[in-house]
Design a protein around this ligand. Structure first.
Ligand SMILES: Cc1ncc(COP(=O)(O)O)c(C=O)c1O
Ligand SMILES: Nc1c(O)cccc1C(=O)C[C@H](N)C(=O)O
Length: 399
């Protein structure tokens, strides 16, 4: 038995979150390191969905909008997400996709920023959808996009900056960007901070309220385990809500939606971020999935996430043949999210073979990406993943 394997067993034995794995539909043979793309299914969700479909839809039908709480689900679920991202109640609404919420947030931020600020700073390494949407929003609002390394955004913010749209964790490298410092620098320049927290929500403390973030968007199908295509969420800080002017003012964000008024009058609070009819089945699957967080602190999740990624990096260094992979995830804890990216010239051949052998990660161009979900990933399986990776690389000729 290797020293690292023994250490992994000790870490599992001392892991305060170890018991949470049983809440998920996972098999013991697979090492699932793809929760940063699609979180695992919480085991109780199918029974809840059978009730939603069979009774709420099948028997109550239209009455469920009121009697089963369907109508208020977006803001109710927003309040369940809120503590996980450091937000007080009443500031988050669940619904639509992340892409759609990026659009709402960027356009609304230009309106909050007011006249005379004609630049939108965008994280140049952003997940593509944010860049595409920001570019289109900028064309519509008459702003100019300035693409920057997130580390350079604080120094670049000036009197022309309306907002910056930044990813909290880089989807490729797993680098954790400086949310408090960047937000403070943007505010000092009179600009707004819009954060994409897709890769940090449910993985590490975000502190939206504590750090004075203006607007944020995130998805729920990764570390929040909401299911494929689960609704995203939009955070609008309370201080901005009265002036939040949505570019998609659908009827469900109206102050009196069933008044069927031909003139738009926005609802107060987070409801103002809604658009059209909520996707109830996905929404209620997400709501049920959030039960796995009962009694879990995000600090405990963060501590385990760092221990998992530390162990994985150490095992990769110890086991993997020299020169075949290069970690692109920062070593410093303060700069690391909950995933490890390994640059690998042979990634396209290696990842399918890894998956065939039961180690499920993600393939991105030239990159092997492994996500660590502390609620259900253990230490011994993390050590095993590095060992299997080493075997696959040893058997795969270098490109
Ligand atoms: C940072 C980030 N933003 C946005 C998205 C996707 O947006 P959408 O949920 O609209 O597909 C992803 C992943 O798919 C992502 O990683
Ligand atoms: N949203 C996804 C999808 O609909 C299909 C496959 C993967 C995804 C992802 O979430 C990708 C992920 N955001 C990434 O960081 O690469």
């Amino acid at each position: 038995m290797s020293d690292l394997y023994e250490r992994a067993l000790e870490l599992d034995a001392a892991d305060p979150l170890a018991g949470h794995r049983a809440k998920f539909a996972l098999d013991e043979e697979t090492v699932y390191l793809d929760g940063n793309s699609l979180g695992a299914l919480p085991a109780h969700v199918p029974a809840r969905m059978a009730d939603v479909i069979g009774r709420e839809w099948g028997e109550l039908r239209i009455r469920s909008w009121d009697e089963s709480g369907w109508w208020t689900a977006p803001e109710r679920i927003g309040d369940r997400i809120a503590p996980l991202v450091g937000a007080a109640a009443g500031q988050i609404v669940a619904g639509d996709s992340t892409s759609v919420n990026v659009f709402k947030a960027v356009v609304a931020a230009t309106r909050l920023a007011g006249e005379g600020r004609d630049e939108i700073l965008v994280d140049a390494s952003t997940f593509p959808t944010d860049g595409y949407i920001a570019e289109s929003a900028a064309r519509m609002t008459g702003h100019r996009i300035v693409g920057l390394d997130p580390a350079d955004i604080p120094a670049a913010a000036n009197e022309r900056t309306a907002l910056a749209l930044v990813n909290h964790v880089d989807y490729r490298t797993g680098r954790l960007h400086d949310l408090p410092g960047t937000t403070a620098a943007l505010h000092a320049a009179g600009a707004l901070a819009v954060w994409d927290v897709c890769h940090s929500a449910g993985a590490l403390p975000v502190g939206l309220d504590a750090h004075g973030v203006d607007l944020a968007v995130g998805c729920t199908y990764k570390y929040l385990n909401g299911g494929p295509g689960a609704p995203a969420f939009l955070y609008v800080a309370e201080r901005h809500q009265d002036r939040f002017d949505s570019p998609l003012p659908g009827w469900t964000s109206h102050a009196e939606p069933f008044g069927m008024d031909s003139g738009y009058r926005p609802a107060g609070g987070a409801v103002r971020g809604r658009v059209g009819t909520p996707d109830i089945l996905s929404m209620l699957a997400l709501e049920a999935a959030l039960d796995v967080w009962d009694g879990v602190t995000i600090d405990a999740v963060r501590a385990k996430s760092l221990a998992l990624t530390d162990l994985f990096l150490e095992c990769v260094r110890a086991y993997v043949p020299e020169g075949r992979v290069t970690p692109i995830t920062p070593e410093a804890h303060g700069e690391r999210g909950s995933q490890v990216g390994l640059a690998c010239a042979d990634a396209a051949a290696v990842m399918p073979e890894l998956i065939r052998r039961g180690v499920v990660g993600d393939l991105r161009p030239g990159l092997l990406r492994f996500g660590f979900t502390p609620l259900y990933v253990g230490f011994a399986e993390t050590e095993k993943a590095a060992r299997v990776l080493a075997d696959v690389l040893a058997e795969t000729p270098a490109a």
